[in-house]
Design a protein around this ligand. Structure first.
Ligand SMILES: [Zn+2]
Length: 371
């Protein structure tokens, strides 16, 4: 599975088609939306027809569209792939395929750079995270990436022997012994979790354990894991894999919304104080052009037509002469997409916000500034 990392997205965003434009094709191949392969092909035909109209005699672009069509007609493993993304710039022999286990919105974009905005939304939404479920005797550890289970480990402690047969123990000794065993079990669970973390790596950890053992469990976790704990959940250890996945995704989405709300709150404060924060399309594009952006915030559905200067990189809503260098600018369908690519190429943090009304009130886009 050719999934994608943030680093790869930044590399894509940095590619420039100097000799010819880059074709970016997002194709929804989700079995729920397109049941048969012919349905996928029909969707593709619709997209390519639009793009051919705009190809305007460019041989590189025509070759891009042929290659994309051949790739899709060659077949896709739709048991694992729900969103297919292809980037092509034949003049530079540039070709990338990303297969995502989550659906995308079908779209063809022809531009000087790969259109990575949808990829960024996906990677931002689905961080790699672990789930550790523990009760008194069992522990299970899961890792999810892009909403899919990539690793699961289980550990079952041997049942304690019938210690109460031995009448030489006092009640206190038995109680101490039981507590010591429970502690050992939690330490063993913590070791399993750390081994999985070392092998798989993940950014966030969700704990599923009763209140009585959750604090003790957290205290025995490796510090690397403790600092990654973002939430607790009530998933029982014996839950089925799919139940765990569903519940874990809900927790993860809630964590992501909370993180977005925190960043938007920081933006509101900064804008309110008139210090290190801008909101709205014009001010944000200006800050990007001036390379002052630390974090770019974008409402996931926000788009706006605009202009881009290929000479100096200026972006804005209004054309056609560049206000910075007076060159004639290029009209773009979505200047917000340009902003996301520019931010990624400048190594800014990018936060794609889903359903955040506060950001919408601020104009759907904003930036925390470095200075
Ligand atoms: Zn310019």
């Amino acid at each position: 599975m050719a999934a994608i990392t943030e680093r790869e997205i930044r590399e894509l965003a940095a590619f420039r088609g100097r000799e010819a434009m880059v074709t970016s094709c997002y194709l929804d191949v989700d079995g729920a939306n397109h049941v048969r392969h012919t349905d996928v092909l029909r969707e593709l035909d619709r997209l390519l027809r639009e793009a051919r109209v705009r190809a305007n005699g460019s041989s590189s672009l025509a070759a891009d569209l042929r290659r994309i069509e051949e790739h899709v007609r060659g077949g896709i493993d739709r048991s694992r792939t729900r969103g297919l993304v292809m980037f092509s710039c034949s003049a530079h022999d540039f070709w990338r395929v990303v297969e995502l286990p989550v659906p995308v919105r079908s779209q063809v974009v022809v531009n000087h750079t790969p259109a990575v905005r949808q990829l960024e939304v996906v990677v931002d939404e689905y961080e790699r995270f672990g789930v550790l479920l523990v009760d008194r005797q069992r522990a299970r550890m899961f890792v999810f990436e892009l909403g899919e289970l990539v690793e699961s480990s289980a550990m079952i402690d041997e049942l304690p022997r019938g210690d109460d047969d031995d009448h030489s123990y006092t009640k206190d000794q038995v109680r101490d012994h039981v507590a010591a065993r429970a502690h050992q079990h939690l330490r063993a669970a913590a070791r399993v979790a750390f081994r999985v973390f070392q092998e798989q790596g993940f950014e966030r950890l969700v704990l599923g354990a009763s209140d009585e053992i959750a604090s003790e469990l957290e205290s025995v976790l490796h510090p690397y894991l403790r600092e990654r704990v973002v939430a607790r959940c009530g998933i029982p250890v014996h839950a089925g894999d799919d139940e765990v996945r569903q519940a874990a995704l809900e927790v993860e989405a809630a964590v992501e919304r909370r993180k977005e709300a925190e960043v938007v709150a920081r933006l509101r404060e900064a804008v309110g104080a008139g210090h290190r924060g801008v909101a709205g399309l014009d001010a944000t594009l200006q800050a990007l052009v001036e390379r002052r952006v630390e974090t770019l915030l974008v409402s996931s559905g926000f788009t706006h037509a605009g202009w881009r200067c290929d000479g100096c990189g200026w972006m804005g809503r209004l054309g056609r002469a560049c206000p910075a260098c007076q060159a004639e600018m290029r009209q773009v369908d979505d200047v917000v997409e340009e902003a996301v690519e520019e931010a990624l190429a400048q190594s800014c943090r990018v936060e794609m916000c889903v359903g955040n009304a506060d950001l919408d009130v601020l104009g759907g886009i904003g930036a925390l500034l470095r200075y």
